[in-house]
Write a protein that binds this ligand. Structure first.
Ligand code: BUP
Length: 382
């Protein structure tokens, strides 16, 4: 009617895998005439996160942005030196300071959409704001269910032991032990402890928004949403696959090479923004691609944090590999526009780590995936 439009607060956590679905949701909400305020932590771990946030702001000037300052955890925790895990913890600590910004917003917020790794911090203040909180899961329903059940698994060591074959979550198909991320076997690991402290707050949320769709994960969605599994969870709302939003083309390296390749002939190789291959794995992959003879577009990362990724391609692969394969493929460093590559008619397959965003992007474009999962949620997703 004549009321003001809904005003949604968006709280992403660290890394492109977490930021991307939030920006897609922001763009979708704006297209439905909602008001959006995006809360981002400064400084970010990767340069790409701040670049994307600025790009998004400049293409969607109507939305509001609050860039709050955090004190990064510089020192490595005794269980991990992963800068993104440390940033999860730093963002959670600071989220509690945002209460005044949330309570004084005008128009007041109609809902909060927050990353699942911030659930407990946000829950602490939504009650007195009387604003519903929706959790955004940036992973599969299957992995999200594992995180929701993790407090029970870690409190009873017999349920989660590396010497058993599988992990049982009542009502769900057992998960093989090899698909469980290794930090989960250590209750003191920062990542595990962080999830265990957030999972109890999942049940306080109004709903769980997930970038997935009914017939991609049908059994588990039915089991959770009918209460046969994890009956304490609020409804899971599968809103995927999220549509990419428009960005101006000149922001990315252009790949004219791809335009000149036959239809569905090129294998796109990328392991996401968080996964780096070891030098040995890079060399083996190069050997495999060369011997296989397929056309390829390979995006290489040699460091977890983009700012530190300074190694030259020649050093990683050897100049003779690049010469021998120059008619078959190209290798690039740096950020590419993945959504465009997956939508390109020349792309016929995708060798990938199974980051959840990548899976949804490949699924929505119908690109077959060859899974090479490494860590985190990737094996469960695969
Ligand atoms: Br790398 C890279 N261009 O060069 P995932 C990634 N992406 O557009 P991750 C690019 O970043 P987590 C690049 O399309 C996807 O939307 C890609 O998210 C895009 O994996 C996103 O696939 C990467 O979930 O994050 O980065 O390993 O581990 O948090 O899932």
């Amino acid at each position: 009617g004549s009321q003001t439009p809904p005003h949604i607060a968006l709280f992403p956590s660290a890394g492109m895998g977490h930021l991307t679905p939030f920006l897609r949701i922001a763009s979708m909400l704006l297209s439905k005439n909602c008001m959006v305020t995006l809360f981002t932590a400064h400084p970010t771990v990767s340069a790409t996160e701040s670049t994307y946030t600025s790009l998004f702001l400049s293409t969607h000037p109507q939305h509001k942005h609050i860039n709050y300052q955090i004190t990064p955890s510089h020192h490595s925790n005794s269980t991990t030196d992963d800068p993104f895990f440390l940033q999860f913890a730093a963002i959670s600590r600071h989220a509690q300071l945002l209460h005044p910004l949330l309570s004084s917003a005008s128009p007041s917020f109609s809902a909060i959409f927050s990353d699942f790794s911030l659930a407990s911090s946000i829950t602490q203040f939504v009650a007195d704001l009387a604003v519903p909180n929706y959790i955004v899961s940036t992973t599969s329903v299957k992995f999200f269910s594992l995180t929701a059940y993790l407090p029970i698994l870690t409190s009873e060591p017999a349920k989660l032991s590396s010497s058993s074959f599988e992990v049982n979550i009542p009502g769900l198909t057992p998960l093989s032990i090899s698909s469980i991320p290794s930090p989960f076997f250590d209750p003191n690991h920062l990542f595990t402890a962080h999830i265990v402290s957030n999972a109890p707050a999942f049940s306080e949320a109004k709903g769980i928004i997930i970038n997935t769709f009914d017939w991609f994960e049908p059994e588990i969605l039915a089991a959770v949403n009918s209460g046969r599994a994890l009956s304490n969870l609020p409804p899971i709302l599968p809103i995927g696959p999220l549509e990419p939003y428009e960005l101006s083309k000149d922001q990315f390296q252009s790949l004219p090479w791809l335009d000149n390749q036959p239809e569905e002939s090129v294998v796109y190789v990328s392991f996401g923004s968080r996964t780096t291959m070891s030098k040995d794995q890079i060399r083996e992959l190069a050997d495999g691609l060369e011997r296989n003879g397929c056309r390829f577009l390979w995006v290489i990362k040699s460091s977890k944090v983009d700012k530190e990724d300074t190694q030259e391609l020649e050093d990683l692969l050897g100049s003779s590999f690049l010469e021998r394969t120059q008619n078959k493929g190209i290798v690039v460093k740096g950020w590419v526009n993945q959504q465009e590559i997956l939508a390109h008619p020349a792309t016929g397959g995708f060798i990938n780590h199974c980051g959840w965003n990548s899976i949804m992007e490949a699924a929505s474009r119908g690109v077959p995936l060859l899974a090479w999962p490494q860590h985190g949620d990737q094996r469960v997703n695969a």
